[in-house]
Ligand binder design. Structure first.
Ligand SMILES: Cc1ncc(COP(=O)(O)O)c(C=O)c1O
Length: 392
């Protein structure tokens, strides 16, 4: 059978994730130290695990409401108001999703018609461009620059908007760069968004991992709040990647549209995870802060260590990645990562896995212990010295 005739054109056009490709390589080798994975090294706080276990013991093993447990939606809206000062209503503005991943998908599909453009940032999280393509939309990329600290500037945004632009997808703090938008950064782009009437999908999955300034959501600007779909979740802040739980917050019309897709493709997010998350939002914030402090110490270590070895590294303000520039080694991002893996058995991700603008950079995750980071960076230093011909 010729499967080429069977697969849809859309699925054939999307490329496999550059991260996966690299990890398949690493998985065939022994004793590899990986700094590649974007997932917390902490186990989910015990109180969350216990609440989920209790829900199973009690036999709460059924589908929940499509939008998610009412109690959880109430906690999410309370939390969002408490932390980020934006008001949402559990009934009309909130859907509990299967991770931020589902949130991104239903947000894109609820608004895009085939042929419409969505602006995505490059370098950016790997799921965005394929998500737009699978919806039949046209991804239009904005190349972010290290000299702007990977922020979205008004000039870059203005230049990317066309009469076909439907939406803009942003992610701050950013995976992979660690870039961050402050309130005053947003103040510069909000008038452009207001005037153009485009929708903003704001992926805020790393909001709690903001190290210098308080996280500011673009939804906190009243004049464009109704144009914003917030996507977030429990994976990163609460160390709950395997539970597959997230949420979207948006205007009632957008929420209703996203819920139409959600109810057919998902029905409802996992019930035990939802019970666990209620407990997390009520009682585990101290643990979120402890994890954040630990990530911050690791960030400080990595930024200094990479700069000391001559790889210029921008100081990320959030998330758990650093994005060192490796141009001074004379290698491309792919060559650097492949040779580093061969030579020192350390796995990082080439910046190009996040878009062509990632050329010249590598992504290093610090969701690993300081001990592991120390060992790995010593090996990276040996490799970098070799690249520069300093063998002693
Ligand atoms: C920027 C960003 N958004 C969304 C996700 C998806 O997270 P999840 O589906 O686990 O909530 C990730 C995961 O790495 C991410 O880095």
């Amino acid at each position: 059978m010729d499967y080429n005739d069977i697969l849809s054109d859309r699925v054939k056009t999307i490329k496999p994730s550059g991260i996966r490709k690299f990890f398949d390589l690493a998985s065939q080798m022994e004793d590899v130290i990986s700094l590649g994975v974007g997932e917390p090294d902490f186990t989910t706080p015990w109180a969350i695990r216990e609440a989920a276990i209790y829900s199973i013991e009690k036999g709460r093993t059924f589908y929940t409401a499509n939008q998610g447990l009412q109690e959880l939606r109430e906690e999410i809206c309370r939390y969002y108001q408490r932390r980020f000062h934006v008001e949402y209503n559990p009934k009309d503005n909130c859907i509990v999703t299967v991770g931020g991943s589902e949130g991104i998908d239903i947000a894109i599909r609820a608004i895009l018609n085939p042929g419409e453009e969505m602006i995505v940032l490059d370098p950016g999280y790997v799921a965005y461009t394929p998500g737009v393509e699978l919806a039949g939309g046209i991804p239009v990329t904005i190349n972010l620059r290290q000299e702007d600290e990977f922020k979205l500037t008004p000039e870059l945004l203005k230049a990317a908007i066309t009469p076909h632009t439907k939406a803009l997808l942003i992610n701050y703090p950013s995976n992979p760069t660690g870039g961050f938008m402050t309130k005053s950064d947003y103040e510069k782009i909000v008038p452009i968004i207001k005037e153009s009437g485009i929708i903003v999908i704001s992926d805020e999955i790393y909001a709690e991992l903001s190290y210098e300034e308080e996280f500011c959501s673009i939804a906190s600007f009243d004049e464009i709040k109704d144009q914003v779909i917030v996507v977030s979740g429990f994976s990163k802040a609460f160390a709950m990647t395997g539970w597959r739980l997230g949420y979207v917050l948006a205007h009632p019309v957008l929420t209703k549209a996203m819920n139409k897709i959600h109810q057919y493709i998902i029905m409802s997010a996992p019930s035990s995870a939802q019970y666990g998350a209620i407990e997390g939002l009520r009682h585990c914030y101290d643990e979120v802060l402890k994890m954040r402090d630990s990530y911050k110490a690791r960030r400080n270590f990595l930024v200094k260590t990479f700069n000391d070895m001559g790889l210029e590294t921008f100081k990320p303000q959030g998330a758990f990645y650093v994005f060192p520039c490796i141009r001074s080694t004379g290698l491309t991002s792919d060559e650097f990562c492949e040779k580093l893996l061969e030579d020192q058995k350390v796995a990082c991700v080439p910046g190009t896995a996040f878009g062509p603008a990632g050329e010249g950079f590598i992504r290093v995750s610090y969701a690993y212990s300081l001990e592991e980071l120390k060992i790995a960076t010593e090996k990276i230093k040996i490799f970098v010295d070799k690249c520069r011909g300093n063998h002693d």
